[in-house]
Write a protein that binds this ligand. Structure first.
Ligand SMILES: C[S@@+](CC[C@H](N)C(=O)[O-])C[C@H]1O[C@@H](n2cnc3c(N)ncnc32)[C@H](O)[C@@H]1O
Length: 285
């Protein structure tokens, strides 16, 4: 299955809906759910979104609020993987201030156009939206202090590659602080097989320990997975109904298993080893 092309098509259509005055709705079952889905709704507090353009809020398709949970300091460089309409990039830009920089990276032209328009409306200069794929981040090694992302890594068909690219661009001591849908335990095969559920951030979700293992494989340390919303069978019914899945038959296998979580990890800081004459995390053990 060509996950990437399907994802690009779906999110391009979501961006076009916002541009034509509608709401983006989340993923697959959007029209039937009327966009009030349990994953995407009510993520942001009105206090923090005061001067964020309406279209950036309407285009919000995340499953968490990474900038509320991440530690962002003035002067830092932040990168949002899969920035969509740009809401988390604009929120990050405020937090890092004029001496810092917030990059958004997205592969979908319509989302990039919407995000750039939102940047113009917000009147912020310390923001740049880049076109590209999270599997091939178009930034140099060791150039970013904090990576955020909101419900995007679960859309990738090559999560190892995404995490190793995140590790590469982070500075030593840099932080990985993302929101994603994760799974606790096994997921029924019919859920995993559904392309529509993949696009809606469900079928591609990683098991929580697998996420931690993959982060460690990429080189990260201090991993932590903190659930922010755990979905009940009634919530799950909303994502699964209309996807050709017999929800009642698989109810016990999905109850409480899907959750939005905040995932943190760090790239090890440089330690100088004078005897080896080197200062990279890899050679200083
Ligand atoms: C679920 S939306 C989330 C958007 C945004 N983070 C938010 O919270 O509203 C997913 C976004 O990630 C982008 N995306 C998905 N897979 C991607 C990939 N492999 N590389 C770059 N962008 C990707 C899509 O184009 C879309 O804009």
């Amino acid at each position: 299955m060509n996950v990437k092309e399907t994802v690009r098509e779906k999110y391009g259509a979501a961006a076009r809906r916002v541009k034509s005055g509608g709401s983006s709705c989340c993923g697959s079952a959007a029209s039937s759910r009327g966009c009030a889905d349990p994953i995407t709704s009510n993520l942001y507090d009105a206090n923090e979104t005061g001067n964020i353009p309406e279209e950036a809020l309407l285009a919000s398709l995340g499953c968490g609020n990474p900038t509320a949970l991440a530690n962002l300091n003035p002067g830092e460089t932040v990168l949002d993987l899969g920035s969509g309409g740009g809401i988390d990039v604009l929120l990050s830009a405020k937090r890092v201030g004029p001496g810092g920089k917030a990059y958004g990276l997205d592969m979908t032209d319509e989302m990039l156009a919407l995000a750039r328009e939102n940047q113009r409306k917000a009147g912020v200069d310390n923001v740049e939206f880049l076109k590209g794929e999270i599997e091939n981040i178009p930034l140099p090694d060791n150039s970013v202090d904090v990576i955020i992302s909101n419900c995007v890594i679960n859309l990738s068909g090559d999560k190892d590659r995404v995490l190793s690219e995140a590790f590469r661009v982070l500075k030593p001591g840099g932080r990985f602080a993302v929101s994603d849908v994760v799974v606790r335990g096994e997921v029924p095969a019919e859920v995993r097989r559904s392309m529509e559920l993949w696009v809606g951030c469900i079928a591609g979700a990683m098991e929580e320990y697998e996420y931690v293992r993959k982060l460690a494989k990429a080189g990260f340390v201090s991993m932590d997975v903190e659930p922010t919303r755990v979905y009940s069978i009634d919530d799950a019914r909303q994502f699964l109904t209309g996807e050709g899945i017999d929800v009642d038959a698989i109810a016990p296998q999905v109850e409480g298993k899907f959750m939005s979580a905040f995932i943190r990890a760090e790239k090890p800081a440089l330690r100088i080893n004078a005897s080896k004459g080197c200062c990279s995390p890899a050679c200083c053990h």
